[in-house]
Design a protein around this ligand. Structure first.
Ligand code: FAD
Length: 423
């Protein structure tokens, strides 16, 4: 990695943003023989990459074919060529070539063998030895020059020339890492449209005071469901967590990518605490329990069915007196409890802010970008890569995979390499 200022070369590929997308773009442009200049506003590359996967970096997912594409709920077709150009196995090979071996864990999640995100950044940085990398440089404006190239203005007042420009500035999530939406403004001034943006893969706030004492409680193997009117928006089994503001955990992050942009108040959300049994089976079991231990207090029996902190608040949620003797619980009250076990309602009020969101939903309109090259359809020589685009995936390594794949394809294309076929 060259860090000293090199003489201006107007023929170079200039990349804005040194996250995974920008680093992959630089790597693949270098491999194509280009003169590469990478500008990053932070004092180090890949600041967000360091905190991915809780510091372990879930770098990609071993999924392939339709399973891989299905992990992107929106604009999946747009990603087709990029994922063909650099599929998960290809990305693992690139990292292997840079001395960073990876392993597949549960759910196909791929991590560096060392379990250290910093090793992924270190490997990529090694691959950039032929590029000029300038840190602490924030790009303020990009404009076309009469000669067909670009002029890139930095916050420090420097004007840099380039033949092609790749915007890889990320989205709006975790702005402390440098992703503050600059790329959207740059894209707009160059004539591109940017869709509305929303925090996604994010915890949700609820209005349920009964759940506050449950802060820290994790529920495993439950089904979380969300519907609007008769339309089921989400239904998945897994793990979730109660927090002081509402709900979080893997199921909730997945839920959020289906709700981003919707009015949370119009969404019915509930937990099936006992997905393995039907309501009828559960009602029979509850009725047997109440009969057999008829002299015990109801609240003393409920921990047989659920964690004790939940059991403590459950009778109130179902409007049943928990101090009542089990034998005194009426059939209607029992049925209400059964209904709550299968359908525990949550009142969602809205997502947590961008500062807590793993990704941004929305971004540069993909209809205006050629999927086989990542080149703008409006401005020749301009490319986009990574989260700045209107693409987002589920948790499991799919967002980094998309960033690396679009970055690699943009880098190769900007350096004059052939586009990727869509077949
Ligand atoms: C806490 C957390 C954990 C995550 N874990 C995972 C995970 O395990 N697996 C997974 O697949 N995804 C994960 N993600 C998502 C993943 O990190 C992002 O999708 C990915 O980093 C996007 O890459 P990018 O290069 O497009 O953008 P970024 O990583 O956001 O990089 C953009 C870079 O551009 C720079 N920049 C911005 N504006 C300018 C400017 N004007 N001038 C110069 N530089 C600029 C920024 O400083 C930044 O370094 C996680 C995200 C978070 C927040």
């Amino acid at each position: 990695m060259r860090t000293a200022c090199m003489p201006t070369n107007p023929d170079r590929v200039l990349i804005i943003g040194g996250g995974p997308a920008g680093m992959a773009a630089a790597l693949f442009a270098l491999r194509q023989g280009a003169d590469v200049l990478l500008l990053e506003r932070n004092e180090k590359l890949g600041k967000k990459l360091y905190i991915t996967g809780k510091g372990r970096c879930n770098v990609t997912n071993a999924a392939s074919g339709e399973e891989l594409l299905d992990s992107y709920p929106r604009n999946r077709r747009f990603l087709y060529a990029a994922l063909r150009f650099l599929p998960p196995e290809g990305l693992r090979e690139v990292l292997r070539g840079l001395n960073c071996d990876t392993i597949v864990e549960r759910g196909g999640r791929v991590f560096p063998v060392s379990q250290k995100a910093s090793d992924v950044t270190r490997a990529l940085t090694r691959g950039l030895s032929g590029a000029e990398v300038r840190l602490g440089v924030r790009v303020k404006a990009v404009s076309k020059t009469p000669g067909g190239g670009f002029s890139v203005l930095t916050e420090g007042g420097e004007s840099l020339q380039a033949r092609s420009v790749i915007i890889a500035t990320g989205g709006l999530s975790y702005p402390v890492t440098g992703s503050t939406g600059d790329g959207y403004a740059l894209a707009r001034t160059l004539g591109h449209s940017v869709t509305d943006t929303f925090p996604s893969l994010v915890p949700y706030e609820t209005a349920d005071d009964w759940s506050r004492p449950l802060t820290g409680l994790s529920l495993k193997n439950v089904v979380l469901e969300a519907a609007r009117g008769k339309k089921t928006l989400f239904s998945q089994q897994g793990e979730m967590l109660f927090t002081h503001f509402g709900i979080s955990g893997p199921l909730v992050l997945s839920l959020s990518s289906h709700l981003a942009g919707l009015d949370a108040g119009a969404v019915d959300c509930f937990i099936d605490l006992k997905p393995a049994v039907t309501a009828e089976q559960l009602d029979l079991r509850l009725s047997g329990m109440l009969r057999e231990d008829g002299r015990k207090q109801l609240s003393g029996l409920l921990p047989q069915l659920m964690p004790s902190s939940l059991a403590a608040v459950f009778p109130a949620v179902c409007r049943v007196d928990g101090t009542r003797q089990a034998s005194q619980v009426s059939a209607a009250e029992r049925r209400r409890m059964t209904a709550c076990l299968k359908h525990l309602p949550l009142r969602l009020t809205g997502p947590r802010p961008f500062s807590e969101a793993v990704i941004t939903r929305g971004g540069v309109q993909v209809k205006e970008v050629d999927p086989s090259t990542m080149q703008s359809k409006l401005v020749p020589g301009l490319y986009f890569a990574g989260e700045v685009l209107d693409v987002d995936g589920y948790t499991g390594g799919f967002n980094l995979q998309a960033a690396f794949a679009t970055g690699a394809l943009a880098g190769r294309s900007a350096a004059g390499g052939p586009g990727q076929t869509m077949e």
